[in-house]
Design a protein around this ligand. Structure first.
Ligand code: GAL
Length: 371
């Protein structure tokens, strides 16, 4: 089995949209090795926009002129000790209007194998046009099953990431048909309402997260994003970015950086290289946190960890500072005597019964309780 912990990597979409090219992927890979891979970051994923307009006479998919040598590119990424991802759709066309894998699934899987691809994001898109107008569960599963069979026929392990925005409660059957992750939502944007709207809604799918099979609430919107030629700094405030990374880690979500890696600033690097935070995302139990407390102003999310500890996200969802108390006799915390502030990487001295945190507007205090 592969993908026992959620993928840590980069994806071109939130930064470059359809303007992705060979050079931008190389910059992402080089930056990952120079600045991030020591912390576990591994995948360098091309999203939509790499495909040529037509297949060859033999029906093979080829890259367009923005990717003059796909094998050369994957060799380069591998030479840095990293892994490479690609994107396609089970429909005739991708969401960006490029060629999809419809009726060429085996051929495409073989081509990916030849190129040395390690990760496939498979996006529903125009598959709607070739299935029934009201797809039932079997119809929804089918395209993913077909590609699963095709991937199993080649002699290469490829992480399989479903992207169909959560249709048919995909979390209930994604694992059974061989998905390593499945998108549970529509597309994220770099705003509080989008990020928080998605992140804090991941309650129903939580119980289905397990090693090898994870819910994917979409890619990160930190750093310089833009979905095209013009990037801007994420519109999330610094505190909102701490919330984003903390919540995604508590959810055991794939962490796919969605920014221009050539323009990583110090703040973003710090945000992405805190080993204690990443350890929560990568915890071997592979569980998703549960939302145990929700008020108009704050939420508490609890995640069981392999070492018996509990990671707790204390999220202030309001616009004002909040002082939030955790009762240490509730929510399974009895007997947990140690509290560590995970972002600050230091132990906290707290009152016996209550632990009280002052949390910034839209911010978080991420702690780990242990015995
Ligand atoms: C969307 C998908 C995005 C991106 C885009 C590419 O459907 O959710 O993450 O892959 O297609 O066209």
């Amino acid at each position: 089995m592969i993908g026992l912990t959620p993928a840590l990597g980069w994806n071109s979409w939130n930064a470059f949209g359809l303007t992705v090219n060979d050079q931008k992927v190389r910059v992402a890979a080089k930056t990952m090795t120079d600045k991030l891979s020591a912390h576990g970051w591994t995948y360098v994923n091309m999203d939509d926009g790499w495909e040529a307009e037509f297949r060859t006479a033999a029906g093979e998919i080829t890259p367009n002129k923005k990717f003059p040598d796909m094998k050369g590119l994957t060799d380069y990424v591998h030479s840095l000790g990293l892994k490479v991802g690609i994107y396609s759709s089970p429909g005739p066309q991708t969401c960006g209007g490029y060629l999809g894998s419809w009726q060429h699934e085996e051929q495409d899987a073989k081509t990916y194998g030849t190129w040395g691809i390690d990760y496939l994001k498979y996006d529903w898109c125009s598959y709607s046009q070739v299935t029934t107008s009201n797809p039932n569960l079997d119809d929804m599963k089918r395209p993913y099953q077909v590609m699963r069979v095709a991937l199993d026929k080649i002699s290469r392990d490829i992480m399989f990431s479903f992207c169909q925005y959560g249709m048919g409660d995909v979390w209930k059957w994604g694992a059974e048909i061989g998905g390593n992750s499945w998108r549970s939502t529509g597309d994220i944007e770099d705003t509080w309402s989008s990020m928080a709207g998605i992140g804090f809604k991941q309650t129903e799918d939580g119980p289905y997260a397990q090693p090898g099979h994870f819910n994917d609430p979409d890619m990160l919107v930190v750093g310089k994003v833009g979905w095209g030629d013009n990037q801007h700094n994420t519109r999330l405030s610094p505190d909102e970015q701490y919330t984003h990374i903390s919540l995604w880690s508590l959810l055991s979500a794939p962490l796919l950086i969605g920014c221009d890696m050539g323009k990583l600033d110090k703040f973003t690097i710090n945000l992405l290289t805190n080993d204690e935070v990443l350890a929560i995302d990568q915890d071997a139990l592979g569980k998703s946190a549960q939302q145990l407390v929700k008020t108009d102003d704050y939420q508490l999310w609890f995640k069981d960890l392999e070492d018996g500890g509990k990671a707790v996200g204390i999220f202030n969802t309001s616009d004002k500072y909040q002082t939030i108390a955790i009762n240490r006799n509730e929510n399974g915390l009895a007997g947990y005597t140690k509290i560590r502030d995970v972002w600050q990487q230091k132990y906290i001295i707290a009152d016996k019964n209550n632990y009280t945190a002052k949390v910034a507007p839209h911010g978080v205090v991420l702690v780990k309780f242990s015995k």
